[in-house]
Design a protein around this ligand. Structure first.
Ligand SMILES: Cc1cc2nc3c(=O)[nH]c(=O)nc-3n(C[C@H](O)[C@H](O)[C@H](O)COP(=O)(O)OP(=O)(O)OC[C@H]3O[C@@H](n4cnc5c(N)ncnc54)[C@H](O)[C@@H]3O)c2cc1C
Length: 207
C-alpha cells in the first residue's frame, strides 16, 4: 500500500522513487574503492555513514511523495528547503470544502468547530461564485486547517534530516504523524538504510 491516511482527511503517498540501499552502498564504496562483501558488510557501512554524518551517499536515493495535509502542517513542512514542492494553487483552483478536525473533538465543541469552518467556506464560495471575486483574494477568508495538496521530491539525505526533526517529540503532533507515514513508505523501499537510521537516529521513538 503506497498511500497512508493521516489525520481526518489527509494522506501521504509514495508516487515514485529511485535508488535504494544498493545505490547508497554503491556511491559510498566509491570513496574507498571498496566492494561489497555481502549484506553484513553493507549494514556496517550504512551505520558508519550515519554515525559519522557522511550523508551524501544517501542523496543517491530520491523520492516523490504526494501529500495532502492542513495548511498549518504544510507551512512547517515547507521550511525544509532541500527538496522540491509543487502545490495546488488557490489563485488558479477553487478551494474544496475540506478542513482539519482534531481527533477526539465531540458534542458542542465539534459542532462549533464545524460551524466556524463551514461559515468561512460559505462566505468564500459566495464571494467567488456570486460576486466574482478573484480566488487569490477570497482565499484569505479560509481557515489554516484547510487541506492542501503537493508533490514533494526529496533526496534520502534531506529526507533523513526531515524525519529526525519531525518525528521528535518537540515537533507538533500532527506533523509527527505525517513524518511517521513518510518514514514507513521510505523504509519499504530501502529497509537497510532506514532501518539503521531508525535504530541510530530515532531511538526510543515511535508513534
Ligand atoms: C520542533 C521544531 C520547532 C521549530 N520552530 C520554529 C519556529 O518557532 N520558528 C521558525 O522560524 N522555525 C522553526 N522551526 C523550523 C526550523 O528552524 C527549520 O527551518 C526546519 O526544521 C528545517 O530544517 P533544516 O533547515 O535543517 O532543513 P532544510 O531547509 O531542508 O535544510 C537542510 C540542511 O541544509 C543546510 N542548509 C539549508 N539552507 C541553508 C542555508 N541558507 N544556509 C546554511 N545551510 C543551509 C543546513 O545544514 C540544513 O540543516 C522549527 C523546527 C522544528 C523541528
Amino acid at each position: 500500500m503506497n498511500r497512508i491516511p493521516v489525520l481526518n482527511s489527509g494522506y501521504v503517498e509514495l508516487v515514485e522513487w529511485m535508488g535504494g540501499d544498493d545505490a547508497v552502498v554503491r556511491n559510498a564504496r566509491r570513496c574507498w574503492k571498496s566492494e561489497s562483501k555481502g549484506l553484513e558488510s553493507d549494514r556496517k557501512l550504512l551505520r558508519h555513514l550515519l554515525k559519522n554524518k557522511h550523508m551524501t551517499p544517501f542523496e543517491a536515493m530520491v523520492f516523490t511523495f504526494d501529500v495532502k495535509c492542513p495548511l498549518f502542517v504544510a507551512r512547517q513542512w515547507h521550511r525544509h528547503r532541500i527538496g522540491s514542492y509543487n502545490e495546488e494553487s488557490l489563485r488558479y483552483c477553487t478551494a474544496e470544502r475540506d478542513y482539519f478536525i482534531p481527533e477526539g473533538l465531540q458534542g458542542a465543541q465539534l459542532e462549533a468547530w464545524k460551524n466556524h469552518n463551514d461559515r468561512c467556506f460559505d462566505l468564500y464560495e459566495e464571494m467567488v461564485g456570486l460576486h466574482r471575486m478573484r480566488r487569490e483574494l477570497a482565499r484569505s477568508l479560509l481557515p489554516v486547517g484547510l487541506y492542501t495538496r503537493y508533490y514533494w521530491t526529496v533526496n534520502g539525505s534531506s529526507l533523513i534530516n526531515f524525519l529526525v526533526l519531525r518525528t521528535d517529540k518537540h515537533a507538533q503532533k500532527e506533523i509527527q504523524e505525517y513524518a511517521w507515514a513518510v518514514f514507513k513508505l521510505a523504509r519499504s523501499t530501502a529497509p537497510e538504510s532506514f532501518g539503521a537510521m531508525e535504530e541510530l537516529l530515532l531511538p526510543d521513538r515511535g508513534f
